[in-house]
Design a protein around this ligand. Structure first.
Ligand SMILES: *Cc1c(COP(=O)(O)O)cnc(C)c1O
Length: 244
């Protein structure tokens, strides 16, 4: 994940190269990859190319939009054991534990997740091509290799960034009447605007858009459980910017 940077996200092959470099110096080092937004983009995952353990969020790609909360860890069994003892207590590990009745939504979400991710990627590609044709810089390009679901569009002004987010909010299935406004967010140096109207609060496999209010006014557009919704978000954003 690249946060609010303007760069290419790491591909599985980039991750492989980094892991090999690190392990050539210290082979017994445990490599952990935070795979948020990266699941199901490529045919391999970080654990296929040398990562010992991988973690991610169930309100992103692998939750399929159905999981209500939570995260996952996966990887080398001895490392998973260590994590389980740390997260619970020695002796218990992952032998027992409460799932608050969420097992069905988590597993059903995981089942549908690769498809949902495909929809989000198609939406990101649509968004990239649409804005590129209108003269905006986008990252990644519509035809570039992708390793996460994030699409950046470089807008021309703070006003366009705000309007873009207003449009995405207007396309939401929940809270579409709400107007997002830039605000001081803990952990950020600039004001940030975030548009999201999701069935699961905080879910970013559902359609959302956000960005810091600073030049060059990049908006980070991601998600959409259906291609149609993602497309609708791109178009509503244009409409709000008075371009459509
Ligand atoms: C979202 C995110 C997390 C946190 O996931 P939650 O399920 O929201 O706790 C951790 N790391 C990265 C890189 C993320 O994007």
């Amino acid at each position: 994940s690249k946060g609010y940077a303007w760069r290419k996200s790491l591909t599985i092959m980039d991750i492989k190269e980094a892991i090999e470099a690190v392990k050539s110096v210290k082979p017994d080092l445990i490599v952990m990859v935070d795979n948020c937004y990266g699941e199901f983009l490529e045919t391999l995952e970080p654990t296929d190319v040398g990562a010992d353990v991988m973690a991610g969020s169930l309100i992103k790609n692998p939750g399929g939009g159905l999981a209500l909360a939570g995260g996952y860890i996966v990887g080398r069994s001895d490392v998973i054991e260590l994590i389980a003892y740390r997260l619970t207590c020695p002796g218990i590990g992952k032998e027992c534990g409460l799932t608050f009745g969420t097992t069905r939504s988590i597993l059903q979400g995981l089942f549908i997740a690769p498809y949902v991710v495909s929809q989000a990627i198609m939406g990101a590609i649509f968004c990239a091509r649409l804005y590129e044709k209108l003269g905006y810089k986008v990252n990644p390009a519509y035809d570039a290799e992708r390793s996460d679901i994030i699409q950046i569009v470089q807008l021309h002004s703070a006003d366009e960034l705000i309007k873009f987010c207003e449009g995405v909010q207007a396309a939401a299935p929940v809270d579409s009447y709400v107007t997002p406004v830039p605000w001081d967010m803990p952990g950020y140096d600039d004001q940030v605007i975030m548009a999201a109207g999701a069935f699961v609060q905080g879910s970013s496999i559902e359609l959302s858009a956000d960005g810091p209010i600073r030049p060059p006014y990049n908006v980070y557009f991601q998600g959409g459980m259906t291609y149609d919704h993602s497309k609708m978000g791109s178009l509503k954003a244009l409409q709000q910017m008075n371009i459509l």
